[in-house]
Design a protein around this ligand. Sequence first.
Ligand SMILES: NC(=O)c1ccc[n+]([C@@H]2O[C@H](COP(=O)([O-])OP(=O)(O)OC[C@H]3O[C@@H](n4cnc5c(N)ncnc54)[C@H](OP(=O)(O)O)[C@@H]3O)[C@@H](O)[C@H]2O)c1
Length: 365
Amino acid sequence: MAFSTITDLDAGAAQRHSHALLQRILTTASISYATGPTGMGDGERVLVLGGTGYIGRALVPELARRGYRPAVLARSPEVESEAEYAGAEVIVGDATRAADVRSAVDVAPTAVVISLLSGRRPNDAEDCRLVDHEAVVNGIKAAVAHEVRQFIHVSDFGAYRPELIPQVYKLQVEGELIGQHHGHVPWTIVRPTAYFPYLSVAFGDVKNGGRYRIYDHGEWNVVNPIAREDLAEFIVNQVLADDAIGRVLPVGGPWTADNAVTLRGAGEMMFDINGRTPDWEVITMASWDKKIARLRRLGRVSRQLKPVVFYLEAAKYWSVVDHVAPAYGTRTLRGFMEKLKDRDFPTGSYRERMRKGTNVMPTDI
Ligand SMILES: NC(=O)c1ccc[n+]([C@@H]2O[C@H](COP(=O)([O-])OP(=O)(O)OC[C@H]3O[C@@H](n4cnc5c(N)ncnc54)[C@H](OP(=O)(O)O)[C@@H]3O)[C@@H](O)[C@H]2O)c1
């Protein structure tokens, strides 16, 4: 049977659905969460696994500001001298090694463990298994053995419709936590939508005079991304909060026109901020599907093609599947892009820059 990873949809129906969904959220107040910090710590130790990545760099200082004692398990000792970790205890170790995680939990009384672990190579199935599953399970087991009061798993909104390997592992970890597969530990699961840098990856190309790629009309889906500072505040609100225990919490950013967008809408923002008229590179979804199918067939004989297939499937997934979650925070995608306006970006095509290893993702803000 021939199948596509993502259910085939009619382009026109998808666009009508996106318009209706956008209209609904832009005219409704999201009432699931009240924005603002709730609860202060009293010096409780909170160990963050995966705390050296994009979200960790906002979460660790937020924990310190809110009266907790953050500890970070870091692969590199250099992390200790970085400003974000000034108020944190840095333990050098690797979360993929169970003994490192155990000793990071056991070295001092630990109230909470938070996992932000995520493989750096999402197209590498073995790396995903090691990090997105095994390393997080190391954290759960250590938390169970140490009787920590709460384990917070930062999962992914994609777990509602897991079609890419990292999402499948995120969901697997959720199931193991919920099923108390590794022993009893009070848990909270957070499912954030996309982060701003991922929706701004083409900003440099647009600024440099390039076109912005869309599939068909570019309105297959809607997303309300969330700022890392707002997500950090949201996560800290859940720390040792009774009503967060045993809950799965989907969360995204504000339901406003400068934050809730289709991918075409994100492109329009980029052109507008750069003072340009939109200039689209239109690819039909049908041709993209054919490309995926062809490379998948070839991937059966050439293992080297598998990671390439992942990127094509991921590009489709993020362009087709809605990521709309209850709103939290005040920061917007447009506000994020405004901060990119005066930057210089490397030239060359996306593919050339990937080959050279030039970072195209603005993850420093
Ligand atoms: N990206 C999105 O739009 C998105 C959306 C929703 C949810 N999420 C989820 O949100 C969470 C935080 O995301 P993020 O953007 O902060 O992730 P990130 O920047 O990729 O950070 C990943 C963390 O995992 C660690 N790590 C990666 N590979 C490792 C390995 N082999 N051994 C040990 N540690 C390893 C990294 O350590 P090093 O710094 O040493 O590499 C880093 O601390 C993740 O669970 C992610 O899946 C992401």
